[in-house]
Ligand binder design. Structure first.
Ligand SMILES: [Zn+2]
Length: 425
C-alpha cells in the first residue's frame, strides 16, 4: 500500500521545500512525493477556488513549460520550452529531493510524455485534427522522433535525480479540454503519417474522416448515434490509436529497463471507462508498466470536463440533458443523474470503487493506485473515497494535490493513513 501526493512547482517555490515536505510527512502521513517536471496550461486550483496555504499566490496560472533546467535542444528537431526559473538554472525538484531525503520521503518525478510547449520544428510532429490543423503542444505517437523524444526525456530525468521510479502522464491523444473546450481536439490524428498507417491497416481514411465529421456536426442537432458502418470505422480508428500508445509505452519500458533492473515505470491513466477513447488500452498497458495511477476524482466526473464538452456541443438545455445521458451510456456508467446534478455534485463516491475495480480486473497483478480528490470536496468525503478505492482493490493512493487542498483536507489524510497502517499490522 503506497501513499503518494502530487506537487506543482509553485508549491515548492512559494512555500519552500522543507515546509512542504514536513506537512506532507507529518500532517498527511504520506511518504511519496511526485513533483511535476513540466506544467500544463491550467488554473491552480482547477476549475475554481483559491490556494489556501500558499503565502504568495491566491490563484496561479501555469504555462506548459518544462520546470527544471534540462536542455534537450540538441538532440531532435524540437524540444520543450523552459520556464523562466528553469532557464535561470533553478531546480525546484532538486530542492525538493534534498528535503525529502532528510525526511525519509521518496521522490517520483511526474512527467508529461506527449504534451508540452515546444520550440523548434514541433509543428511537423504534432497530432492533427480532421481538417489537418495541428494541435501545437501535442506530439503524434506515430512519428519516430516522438518516441525518441519521450525516451530521452524519461531517461534524462531519471538520471538527473537518480530516480528509480517515474510517473508518466499524457500518454494518450488529446481530449477536448485545454486552454478552451474544443471538441475537434478529440478527433486526432490525421497527419500524413497516421493516414498512411491507417490505410495500411485497411481503414478507409476518407470515409472515417467523413464519419467523424458527421458525428461532430450531428451532435449539435441532438443526434448522437452513428450508422453501423460508421461505428465500425470509428472502432478501427480507436483501436489504431490504442496500438500507437501501447507501442510508445513499450519503447519507454524498454529504455527504463535498460537503465536499471529495479527501475519502475508508473503511468498516469484516465479512469478505465474513459481510457479506451483516448488511446489507453488497460490490459496492454498493465503488462508494460509497474503500476498505474488512475484518477476517478468523482466530484469532478473522473477528471473529465463532460459539462464543458456538452455546453460547447449543444446549445439548448433539453438537448444537453439528452446528450449527457447518452454519454453516460457510451461510457458504461450506471448513474441515473442529470447534467445539472452532475455539474453541482459530480459522480457518487461509488465511482471511485467501480473504476478502481475495472482497472484491477484489466491489470491483474500489476498495482493500481487510485487518485483521491482532496480539493474542492467536502473534507468528510475524503475517507469514504479512500474506502471506496480499497473496496475496488486499490494498491495505494495518489492524493491530488498538495497545493489545491486546504490545510483541513491535508489534516484529514493523516488519520486515514494512520488507521490504514494500524489495520495492516
Ligand atoms: Zn499522426
Amino acid at each position: 500500500m503506497i501513499a503518494a501526493i502530487q506537487v506543482h512547482p509553485h508549491d515548492i517555490r512559494d512555500e519552500g521545500a522543507e515546509r512542504v515536505v514536513e506537512i506532507i510527512r507529518e500532517k498527511a502521513g504520506i511518504t511519496i512525493i511526485s513533483p511535476e517536471v513540466s506544467a500544463l496550461e491550467e488554473r491552480h486550483p482547477y476549475p475554481r477556488g483559491e490556494l489556501t496555504h500558499n503565502p504568495v499566490h491566491r490563484t496561479f496560472v501555469s504555462a506548459a513549460t518544462i520546470e527544471i533546467p534540462l536542455d534537450l535542444s540538441h538532440a531532435l528537431p524540437f524540444y520543450p520550452r523552459l520556464s523562466g526559473p528553469a532557464s535561470r538554472g533553478e531546480d525546484y525538484v532538486a530542492d525538493l529531493a534534498r528535503a525529502a531525503s532528510r525526511s525519509g520521503c521518496k521522490v517520483v518525478p511526474w512527467l508529461k510524455a506527449l504534451n508540452a510547449a515546444f520550440e523548434g520544428d514541433a509543428v511537423n510532429y504534432c497530432v492533427r485534427t480532421l481538417e489537418g490543423k495541428p494541435v501545437p503542444a501535442w506530439l503524434c505517437p506515430s512519428k519516430p522522433e516522438t518516441l525518441s523524444y519521450v525516451v530521452l526525456l524519461v531517461k534524462s530525468v531519471m538520471e538527473r535525480y537518480e530516480a528509480d521510479t517515474v510517473l508518466l502522464d499524457r500518454v494518450r491523444y488529446p481530449d477536448w479540454s485545454g486552454a478552451e473546450v474544443l471538441p475537434q481536439r478529440m478527433l486526432t490524428c490525421f497527419c500524413s503519417e497516421c493516414r498512411r498507417l491507417m490505410s495500411g491497416e485497411g481503414i478507409d481514411v476518407d470515409a472515417l474522416a467523413a464519419a467523424l465529421g458527421r458525428l461532430l456536426a450531428r451532435s449539435g442537432e441532438r443526434e448522437f448515434s452513428p450508422e453501423p458502418d460508421e461505428l465500425r470505422l470509428i472502432a478501427a480508428w480507436l483501436s489504431f490509436r490504442r496500438k500507437k500508445i501501447t507501442s510508445l509505452t513499450a519503447a519507454v519500458r524498454g529504455e527504463i529497463s535498460s537503465l536499471a533492473q529495479s527501475a519502475k515505470l508508473w503511468l498516469n491513466l484516465w479512469p478505465p471507462s474513459f481510457a479506451p477513447f483516448l488511446g489507453q488500452d488497460y490490459p496492454a498497458l498493465g503488462r508494460l508498466c509497474d503500476g498505474a495511477k488512475h484518477f476517478p476524482y468523482h466530484r469532478l466526473g473522473g477528471g473529465a470536463d463532460l459539462k464543458g464538452l456538452v455546453d460547447v456541443m449543444v446549445p439548448d438545455e433539453r438537448g444537453q440533458e439528452s446528450i449527457f445521458s447518452r454519454m453516460l451510456q457510451l461510457l458504461g456508467l450506471p448513474y441515473d443523474i442529470g447534467l445539472r446534478e452532475f455539474a453541482s455534485d459530480g459522480f457518487p463516491v461509488d465511482f471511485v470503487r467501480t473504476e478502481t475495480a475495472k482497472g484491477k480486473e484489466a491489470f491483474g497483478k500489476t498495482p493500481v493506485f487510485s487518485g483521491i480528490q482532496i480539493w474542492d470536496i467536502p473534507e468528510e468525503e475524503i475517507e469514504p473515497a479512500c474506502k471506496a478505492a480499497l473496496a475496488g482493490g486499490a494498491d495505494g493512493f495518489f492524493f491530488y494535490c498538495y497545493g489545491w487542498a486546504t490545510p483541513g483536507a491535508l489534516s484529514e489524510v493523516g488519520p486515514i493513513m494512520a488507521n490504514l497502517s494500524h489495520g495492516a499490522h
